[in-house]
Design a protein around this ligand. Sequence first.
Ligand code: FAD
Length: 300
Amino acid sequence: MNVIVVGAGIAGLSTAWSLVKAGHTVSIVEQGPIPNPLAASGDHHRIIRRAYRAGTGYGRLITEAYEAWDEMWADLGENHLDARGFVCVSREPGDEAEEYREGLEEGNFPFELLEPDAAVERWPFFEAGSFRYAYFSTEGGALHCRKIAAGLATWLRANGANAYEHSKVTEIDAEAGHIVLESGETMQADRIVVAAGAWVLKLFPELGGELRTFRTALAYVEPPADLKAAWEAAPVILDVGGKTDGYMIPLTRGAGMKFGSAYTRCRPATPTGTASQCRARVRRSATCFRRRSPASRSTR
Ligand SMILES: Cc1cc2nc3c(=O)[nH]c(=O)nc-3n(C[C@H](O)[C@H](O)[C@H](O)COP(=O)(O)OP(=O)(O)OC[C@H]3O[C@@H](n4cnc5c(N)ncnc54)[C@H](O)[C@@H]3O)c2cc1C
């Protein structure tokens, strides 16, 4: 079968990879470069974790996800998962960190529960007294999505797929099986897969009632010098508890240390926030971290 995949983010690229492996003829069409730094998967890395809310079934699906990643590393010849595990801290009863812990318990997925003192001793960047407990799971880490996208684009081209960059799709006729590019060119296929991420409503405005996009604020930061070694060895931090939907990825494989926080979660996308609004949001998610080590504090 002839298939066009619209959008070369992680969803489009991995769909194209699967289709090529299943013997189909694939063309992937991307409005920007591949990888596109503006895509949701165009950043350095994203978290993979076992912890999701109970009752969602996501925790179980991660088993399949790990199998699929392993198959991909074999094809790419390189493993882009830094499996450093993840830690969550709960700051308030019923917070998101606690919900994720319940999800791990429901699925019988192993994790280690730590009292605050034990957590601070193990990860000295945590602020003592700012959280109720922490838990650690080895099943998680940082997926280096920019490298994955670049590797998949190379693999696809080497395996007979067409990968068109800077080719924005402006129209899709699902019945006729053809797409129109901004340049006016048209392409025809037996099937069209649309993996346009947050741009999908531009192609299918009628889905606006069902689909919502939301933003997250993120910042790359320098760790304090005296805590750098601790941050380098840290797991990813999946949730910082409390009312803030914050997460962070420590220094890994040459990418910077990243703090993120949901910005307009569950609301339709609004115009981009200002840099200072984003900074304030990220700062709020960082309240359970120390700015310098306890040792250097006591000498001041
Ligand atoms: C800041 C942030 C942090 C996140 N953290 C995590 C995390 O830690 N763990 C996790 O699992 N998930 C995380 N997510 C979610 C995850 O990144 C996304 O679900 C995932 O990257 C979506 O991939 P995608 O391929 O669907 O979309 P995208 O990566 O956005 O790809 C869509 C592609 O389609 C292209 N495109 C769109 N319209 C057209 C068109 N008309 N013509 C041609 N090309 C087009 C775009 O240019 C883009 O390259 C995060 C998301 C964000 C924004």
